[in-house]
Write a protein of this length. Structure first.
Length: 637
């Protein structure tokens, strides 16, 4: 130690070669003084009684490391790494220093984290042990919501503590400023991954901190030194609409294909408006092996994964779904192992199966970066820009051709039961249901071995021949299958799939089936037919009487139906008068045909039914819901 220690009743004094050193005010008569492994040892007499106190002082951390009341001491010495006190009664007290782990546990329990840090540093512990103490100190500060100080401790653990541990904490707490600081330090020390770069750039863009973004992106030789992943930086900047920064990184790193991709991403909607074919060719060069021949030294799959993905350019075609379909078809025919094959097939399916060729809204819902595609789609729909001009193309023929392409894609992208389909099966079922594409739906049910659903869908008008085949099977079975026949008849009757005469003829071939099996079914069908006949008879009588009443007013009192006809006529005249002089308020929020939310362009009828213009098609002069009822009246009037 090289110092002289003198104990006085009022304090303990230290003397160095150059003079007096520090002074520590420990009151009491000092019986014994000693120095052991950096600790000051004092036996202090208690004036109030004959007892003594043995204290071990940690002067560096300004705390009493150990204290015990003892009897009279005759000698104090250190030996074998222990402190030995010999009492006047010839007994001995042996004290030894605890190991580092025990010391730290005791300090942690008392929340003395600063002392713990000083302790591990004074003991020259390894960096990992120091980082662990700093982590616990950071956790303690974080629990007290002292986020700034907590982050200061976490920053000291970089290189030893898993970054995701810190990132997750501050993502949950929504402390984006502290998180940004931590990610910056990670990049400064060269320990950041692609995900860290993505997160840091997203923090900058969310904070709209262009100055820091400029420093990070355009710092001196930052790209050349590879302080961050180039492709990640380009993708994130492009997604956040920082196109200038994305182009700067691409140009600086010599990624000319990325530079061109950013340019197309930014100005593509304008280019495709005037040069659709040329735009498709440019994108094909960007997304396939036609571009950057220098990179083809790598394997085909690796090279394709390095190229821009077609799904990155979907928003370019937001007003031109026909061009989008052509682009994706060309790409799929050329590239068979694209990482984005699933998303491409999903998008093509929606384009193929939709009745009107609109920009796909369902399949791209989870593709758009930061919701850009979804937002642009919403704006385009509200402006009515996605509706294809029906006068410029044969809609029905085009629709049928696209349906056949859709069915071909469903089959080719799911070649065998052992392989997984290269499209989202659930999405495909939804699209087939929405667009009433029964052929595709039946194919999917069959591939998924959902035979009950296949029959159920057939029962809704999909394929009545299936039920006929099933009945034929039961008719030729030659054994009692009454229970199964009754179940099948339930579905047939519910959706009126087959006429009763076909059912009777088919089941009559099975000698084991009795009349009781179909008795209830036949009775209900006869009752139903009788009701229909009676309704038709009353309708005919009603319109005949109405016609006579219009031709001869004097005859209306002779018929009991005439007053009701007169009341209906007067009510109609009042409604006509109301339509002539009063305004109608249309408040329907959903399309009557498809039940989706009503948006522009929309058509409203005076019967208070409202439709999307695309749901009406060419029939825009009469309400599809009310037209059948009106047509039944026209011949009688």
């Amino acid at each position: 130690m090289g110092e002289l220690i003198i104990g006085r009743p009022e304090a303990v004094y230290f003397y160095e070669v150059d003079g007096r050193g520090p002074c520590w005010a420990f009151e009491g008569e000092k019986k014994f003084l000693g120095w052991f492994h950096g600790y000051l040892l004092c036996v202090i007499a208690d004036q109030r009684n004959s007892m003594n106190t043995f204290n071990i002082y940690d002067l560096k951390n300004r705390l009493i490391a150990h204290s015990i009341v003892i009897e009279e001491v005759s000698q104090m010495l250190s030996e074998w790494g222990n402190i030995i006190l010999i009492m006047t009664d010839k007994s001995a007290l042996c004290t030894w220093e605890k190991d580092m782990e025990s010391k730290l546990d005791m300090l942690f329990k008392k929340n003395l984290y600063s002392v713990a840090i000083n302790l591990v540093q004074s003991q020259q512990a390894d960096a990992a042990a120091t980082a662990e103490v700093l982590r616990k100190y950071g956790d303690h500060l974080y629990s007290k919501q002292d986020y700034d100080e907590a982050m200061a401790q976490y920053i000291h653990t970089i290189g030893h503590l898993e970054p995701s541990y810190v990132i997750q904490k501050f993502l949950d707490a929504q402390r984006i400023y502290n998180l940004t600081n931590y990610l910056e330090k990670l990049h400064e020390k060269g320990l950041a991954s692609k995900d860290h770069t993505t997160l840091l750039l997203k923090c900058y863009t969310k904070l709209k901190d262009v100055d820091k973004l400029n420093v990070f992106i355009k710092g001196e030789d930052s790209v050349g030194e590879h302080r961050f992943d180039v492709e990640t930086a380009i993708r994130v900047c492009r997604a956040a609409n920082y196109h200038e920064h994305a182009m700067y990184v691409a140009k600086k790193a010599g990624r000319h294909e990325c530079h061109a991709g950013v340019t197309v991403k930014k100005y593509g909607k304008i280019i495709v408006e005037h040069k659709p074919l040329e735009t498709i060719e440019i994108l094909m060069r960007l997304c396939t092996e036609d571009g950057e021949p220098a990179k083809r030294g790598t394997s085909n799959g690796t090279y394709v994964s390095m190229l821009p993905s077609p799904v990155d350019f979907l928003n370019v075609f937001i007003h031109h779904p026909q061009s989008l379909m052509e682009f994706l078809e060309k790409y799929s025919n050329k590239v068979k192992d694209s990482p984005a094959q699933l998303e491409i097939h999903n998008t093509l399916l929606e384009l193929y199966l939709s009745h009107y060729l609109n920009f796909p809204s369902i399949s791209v819902a989870n593709i758009g970066e930061n919701g850009i595609v979804a937002a642009e789609l919403s704006r385009a729909e509200s402006n009515g820009k996605l509706h294809v001009n029906s006068k410029k193309m044969n809609k029905e023929k085009d629709h049928q051709e696209r349906l056949q392409k859709g069915l071909l894609l469903l089959k080719s992208a799911w070649p065998s039961d052992q392989e997984h389909p290269v499209y989202d099966v659930n999405l495909a079922i939804i699209l087939c249901e929405m667009n009433a594409f029964k052929e595709g739906l039946l194919y999917l049910y069959e591939k998924m071995k959902l035979y009950k659903e296949r029959l159920g869908d057939s029962g809704k008008g999909g394929d009545p021949s299936l039920w006929a085949d099933l009945l034929k099977y039961f008719g030729e079975l030659g054994e009692d299958c009454s229970k199964e026949v009754k179940e099948v008849l339930t579905y047939i009757e519910r959706d009126d799939i087959l006429p009763p005469i076909i059912v009777l003829q088919t089941l009559s071939r099975n000698p084991c089936l009795t009349l009781s099996v179909i008795k209830d079914y036949i009775a209900r069908k006869l009752e139903q037919e009788s009701k229909l006949i009676e309704e038709d008879r009353l309708a005919i009588e009603k319109y005949q009487v109405g016609s006579k009443w219009f031709n001869n007013h004097d005859g209306m009192t002779s018929n009991h139906l005439a007053p009701s006809i007169q009341e209906e006529t007067l009510a109609m005249r009042e409604e006509i008068q109301d339509l002539r002089i009063n305004a109608r308020i249309f408040q329907l929020s959903k399309c009557t045909a498809c039940t989706f939310t009503l948006d522009l362009p929309a058509v409203h009828f005076m019967c208070m039914h409202s439709f999307h213009q695309r749901c009406l098609g060419d029939n825009e002069k009469e309400c599809p819901e009310c037209a059948p009822e009106y047509r039944s009246v026209f011949p009688a009037s």
